[in-house]
Write a protein that binds this ligand. Structure first.
Ligand code: NAP
Length: 316
């Protein structure tokens, strides 16, 4: 019931507009520079609430057709209904980024109904640390959802990304906590940090082995002396993996011919008032979603394999 009320409450705030909600810069773009239309299809994972819900809203407000996905179909349908009542082209489909059957069924549905997609927002994630808490009790779920779930979706969607002059786009919602040399969250092993820093030494095996080694130490009870990030340990390792995989994929996708380009970037939304932070963040979902929408719709996007926050490139 509380969820229903929240959705209805949100509906009152929905208005269809050609400008991104609460946004200045996109609305400043000349109309001729807008490359998208109602034919442009954006898929948002974990779109039923929080930042994913808001990204769906801002993309739909720009006139893009949004496929809002949710692991709980009924919750997703309710979220999509809110948008539809506001006149937006938002449709829902069930998707659990960890369930192979769910991903396969989603791919078939997407291909059949839309012929593919132009924009993928990898937003779905979990975190079980709150405040100064640093639990690794759910490390396996955190690494699996945040890293492997993102990877699953990137791999499943690549063959479905539609060819276009503007280039298809993937945006991975990540975190500054995954920075290689972050003040509070870095891996202590200098050698490993160097490998993660250098695009020539980044491989899928390096990322997979690092997260596996972390999970093995969690299982053995030895992780505390393993030199892992000191705060939000499992979440930080998962987002380091997401960031690094973004760079790797950008490199692997870089030789696609003109007209079939796929640009992939990641960004940190900041500390946002959502369920994930126990609503203790210091910025709104509107501000947290902004850079994702900006990256997804940027005209003449030739930037790929980069990390952003507040519409600016930041270091990995
Ligand atoms: N909030 C922050 O301060 C903050 C800061 C940095 C980065 N981020 C990132 O921003 C993104 C959105 O976070 P949020 O704050 O909006 O969190 P949220 O409100 O907890 O939303 C997370 C979303 O992910 C979905 N999800 C979780 N596991 C899934 C799975 N296996 N398959 C499909 N969907 C799944 C959740 O679905 P259910 O509703 O079914 O659980 C929910 O829709 C995440 O990538 C997060 O790491 C957030």
């Amino acid at each position: 019931m509380a969820g229903v009320l929240t959705m209805k409450h949100r509906a009152r705030h929905l208005t269809k507009t050609n400008n991104v909600a609460n946004d200045g810069a996109l609305s400043l773009l000349e109309p001729r520079r807008l490359w998208w239309s109602a034919e442009t299809v954006a898929v948002v994972t974990g779109g039923n609430r929080g930042i994913g819900f808001e990204i769906s809203k801002q993309l739909a407000a720009q006139g893009v057709t949004v496929v809002l996905t949710s692991r709980d179909h009924s919750v997703g349908l309710e979220a999509a209904k809110v948008f539809q009542e506001g006149g937006f082209n938002v449709f829902c489909h069930q998707l659990d980024v960890l369930d192979t059957a769910s991903i396969t069924e989603f791919c078939d549905w997407l291909k059949q109904n839309y012929g593919g997609l132009d924009i993928l927002i990898n937003n779905a994630a979990v975190n079980f640390n709150q405040g100064f808490d640093n639990t690794v009790e759910y490390a396996s779920q955190v690494i699996t959802t945040n890293y492997y779930g993102t990877k699953n979706m990137i791999q499943a969607m690549i063959p479905l990304m539609k060819p276009s002059a503007a280039g298809a786009r993937m945006v991975n919602v990540s975190s500054r906590l995954g920075r290689i040399n972050g003040k509070r969250s870095k891996i202590e092993d200098v050698c490993l940090r160097e490998k993660f820093s250098n695009l020539d030494t980044i491989t899928e095996e390096l990322i997979d082995q690092t997260v596996s080694s972390f999970l093995q130490q969690v299982q053995d009870g030895t992780w505390e002396s393993g030199g892992w990030p000191k705060t939000f340990t499992d979440y930080s390792v998962s987002k380091l993996a997401v960031n690094t995989y973004t760079r790797l994929m950008a490199k692997m996708l870089s030789d696609r011919p003109e007209g079939q380009k796929i640009y992939i970037n990641c960004y940190c939304p900041g500390w946002v008032k959502t369920a994930m932070t126990g609503y203790a963040g210091n910025i709104s979902v509107e501000a947290g979603a902004d850079t994702a929408v900006w990256l997804a719709l940027l005209p003449d996007l030739a930037v790929t394999g980069k990390f952003f926050a507040e519409r600016r490139e930041i270091s990995f």
